[in-house]
Each structure stands twice: as C-alpha cells, then as structure tokens.
Design a protein around this ligand. Structure first.
Ligand code: 4AD
Ligand code: MG
Length: 461
C-alpha cells in the first residue's frame, strides 16, 4: 500500500510493481474507452490521477461512481514528468469498498461558505477546509515549538473557574442546578452553595491570571487552550468558543512582550511557508490572492509601533469617514484598527499605552495617570490579533484597582498574594488562535477556521 503524499514527494516505485491505494473518489469521468478518477487518500491536499481502461470488468459501474465513494485501487505507477501531474496510476483492479449515495452534497462546483457551515461534519472533505485544518494543526505545533525552544513551560489552566480573569463579566455559567427551580437565598439570589461546586462557576475567559502564578515560579510559561466568551458580538472575528495562546514572563516588561510576540508570529508564518506549501499555494489561488505576499511581508518587515494617542491623531486625519467617530478614550473598532495597519502603516502594527478606562484592571498604570502599559498587535484583514500588557506588580496599586473596578475582593485575594510574596515585574500577551488562522489562511470569517464554530445562536453538533 502506498500513500499519495509519498508519491508526490517523489518516492520512486518501479513501473512494473503493483501498488495499492485506498481513498475517496473526488471526481470521476469516463468515455467509452477510458476513464479517470481523482483519488484523495487524506495524506495530502493533492489527488492521485487514476486511469482506468474499459477492459476492467466493472468499468461501466466505476464510470458512474458517486463522489466520495471509498475505493481500493491496484495498479502501477506511471511517471509523467511532462504533464501537470508528475505521475498517474494505471489501474488493474478497482474495488468499491464503501458506497456513497448519489445525493452527496459536495459537488465539484465551489460552494458558499454559508452553505458549507451547515455541514461542519462534511466540509473537511473540501480542499479549502482541508487546507485550513492542516494549517491549524501545523500552526499549533509551530507555536509550541517556538515557546518550548525559548524556555517556556506549558501550563494547563482550568476550564471551569470561579473567577473572572478579564473582570468583564462575559462568562458562561456552569451549573448542575435545574434552571426552572433554582434554590434561592433569603434575599432572593440564586443559592450557589447548593450547586455542584458549592459556589458560582463559569467557563474560563482567559488563563492569564492562573498562569501568572506559574510565571512567578517558573519564569517563562504559557497556556494554550479553549476560552469562552458570552459576548453577544455578531461579527466575523468573534466566536463564543475560541483558543488562546497566553505566554507570561517574569522579569519582563512591555517591550519584552512586544519583542517576543513579533518573533513568535514571524516564526509561525515562516514555519507554515516551509511546511504548508501546498496548502498555502492552494489558498492563495482559491481564497485570497494576496495571502502569500502578506505572509512574506510579515516575516520580512519589522512591525510598526505607535502609541494609542498617536493612533488617535492618525485616525482624526484620515480622509475616510468611520462608522464610529474618533476621539481620545474610544475603544477602537475593527474599522479603525484595520485602517491603521492597512492604510497607514501597511504591516502589523503595535499600539501601546491605551487609556486605562478601556483596559482590564490588571494592567500596570503608567506614570501619566491616564494610560496603562498595554500593547495590542493589529494586523491587516483582521484588526486586533494580540492583546498584551505589563501587569500591575505593585501590591498597593493593584489592591486600589480591584476596588476601583468594583471587583469582589475575596475572589482576587490569591491574585494579590502573588504580589504580597514578592513583587516581580512581569508581562504577557494573548493571541487569538482563530484570528491568527484567519491571518495565515486568508479566510474572512472566524467560523471557517474552527472545526465546530460556536457563535450566538449557533452550536451545531
Ligand atoms: O484582548 P484579550 O481579551 O486579552 C486577554 O484575554 C488577556 N488575558 C491576554 C493576555 O494578556 N494574556 O484577548 C486576547 C486575544 C485578542 O487579541 C483576540 O485575538 C482574541 O484573544 N479574542 C477573540 N478571538 C475570537 N473570538 C473572541 N470572542 C475573542 N476575544 C478575544
Ligand atoms: Mg483585547
């Protein structure tokens, strides 16, 4: 048995040796005398061309095989160096191993992404989704590889939590209580002490706070896991369940996170250019003709870096009219972010020193009293890809901020203790994995880079 990927990689097999391939019919066509099947065996985005002559005894049935039939082919490899395909398989025998129905919904024409989203279980069989999900796996590997090689320890933070890491209240409740018959306390509130964990629990919105404790012991650490946000955003870049990579470094300030996030992103992009060549070529042709240019620019150019205040000046000068008007203090929208990195700087752009009011409580106050040591990375096509900051390591200031943000002090006592027992400058950032995948595949909707997307009103499977 041979694999299609090995044949494309140039594995040499003598032309008189019989080989066996097993796979799925992608296309089939046949005349009276001769027919062709394009066969996928899942090991590469490319199909093997199977040539069948009418002397095969089941030739008439083979010609009419429904798409996605599972077949086993015996034949010989014939090299065709001058043709588009470097080899063909001349079939001696083709067996139908598993029949497919005639109403297979993925026909040869290009289907819309909306249509394909209605069949998340079948869409991996299309070339586009094959490429996207191969790249998803390779990108995850490259991220682990970069971080591990730079001394980062992988830490698994909890999925079910009892604290709100972002302090933004966008959490999915985890409960075993019967929602129609919730036990109540005397003052009418839900009695969480009667619940499974004897307190209120939620799905995590970020592993940052729990991983900070590990940074303060192991120095360089990271999480890479699913996160959940119950924000009612109906946009192409928000999902209710998404994956996040959160590196956290002790003895590191904001500049260090900027250096590491730029290096990490460039590493992933070069890794994909080296290891996902077929998939990227395919996507560049079928999805986004600027994809490869954008990826090469990403590794060739130093990213831009400006402050939030400079960005606001730039946006005010812009000759375009934004849907949301610009003034200092505005929480930038995708339209503003994209304008800056696409029109002004034309490359990934770090924005630093955001107004403290629009950022999370844990970010370190700058001396101006108005801004915090935050750095977001904005990239073309997407907008915000990375959110990072230097953390408030000063115990007194942090305690003050927890009060100012009206966060329940008992829930953050452990977080303050990290400062009580050794204030240490530390910083970190979070990369939205699906947004990274949109960037490196050219796909424009976050629902098309995650196997089973969850968005408001949608949780199929
Ligand atoms: O900017 P965010 O909210 O930052 C944090 O969660 C920090 N705790 C990260 C850290 O410093 N360790 O989220 C980080 C990134 C965003 O830049 C974005 O790429 C992605 O996560 N993200 C989402 N991706 C998809 N759907 C959503 N609803 C997202 N919300 C954030
Ligand atoms: Mg953010």
């Amino acid at each position: 048995e041979v694999l299609v990927k090995d044949l494309f990689a140039g594995e040499q097999i003598a032309e008189d040796v019989t080989v066996v391939l097993t796979g799925w019919v992608k296309t089939v066509r046949g005349s009276k005398r001769v027919g062709f099947i394009e066969l996928s065996d899942g090991t590469t985005i490319k199909n093997a061309q199977i040539v069948m002559q009418s002397d095969l005894d089941n030739y008439d049935d083979l010609k009419k095989l429904p798409l996605s039939s599972t077949i086993r082919v015996e034949g010989t490899v014939v090299y065709t160096p001058d043709a588009k395909q470097p080899f063909e398989i001349h079939a001696q025998k083709i067996e139908l191993v598993g029949a497919s129905d005639n109403d297979y919904p993925l026909q040869k024409k290009k289907h819309s992404y909306e249509y394909l989203r209605t069949m998340a279980h079948l869409r991996p069989r299309t070339n586009t989704f094959y490429a996207v999900f191969r790249i998803r796996s390779l990108a995850a590997f490259a991220i682990h590889q970069y971080l591990q090689e730079h001394g980062f320890t992988y830490v698994n933070t909890p999925i079910i939590t009892s604290s709100d890491s972002e302090g933004a209240g966008e959490m999915f409740r985890v409960t075993t209580l019967d929602m129609n018959d919730l036990p109540k306390t005397d003052d009418g509130k839900v009695d969480d002490s009667k619940d499974f964990f004897k307190k209120e629990t939620n799905l995590t919105v970020s592993g940052q706070l729990p991983v900070e404790s590990f940074a303060l012991a192991l120095r360089n650490v990271y999480t890479f896991g699913p996160t959940f946000r119950a924000e009612n955003s109906h946009t192409s870049r928000h999902a209710s369940e998404f994956w996040m990579i959160e590196p956290e470094m002790a003895f590191a300030d904001l500049d260090d996170t900027i250096v590491v996030s730029e290096e990490l992103l460039k590493y992933v992009v070069s890794y994909l250019l080296d290891h996902a060549k077929d998939e990227l070529d395919f996507l560049n042709g079928a999805v986004d003709e600027h994809l490869l240019d954008r990826l090469h620019n990403t590794i060739d150019e130093k990213f831009a870096r400006i402050t939030y205040t400079q960005a606001i000046e730039e946006l005010k000068k812009a000759p375009v009219k934004f849907d949301v008007p610009v003034s200092w203090g505005l929480d930038l929208q995708a339209e503003h972010e994209r304008y800056l990195c696409e029109q002004v700087y034309k490359r990934p752009t770090f924005l630093t020193d955001y107004p403290r009011e629009i950022k999370a409580f844990y970010m370190r106050d700058n001396d101006d009293g108005k801004t915090v040591a935050a750095a977001d990375l904005l990239v073309p096509q997407i907008g915000e890809l990375i959110g990072g900051s230097q953390r408030e390591e000063r115990q007194a200031q942090l305690a003050e901020k927890i009060k100012e943000y009206n966060l329940p002090p008992e829930e953050y006592a452990w977080y303050l203790e990290l400062r009580k027992y050794g204030e240490t400058v530390h910083s970190g950032f979070g990369i939205g994995f699906e947004r990274l995948l949109m960037y490196v595949t050219g796909m424009e909707n976050i629902r098309d880079v995650i196997p089973y997307p969850r968005t408001p009103g949608n949780a199929e499977f």
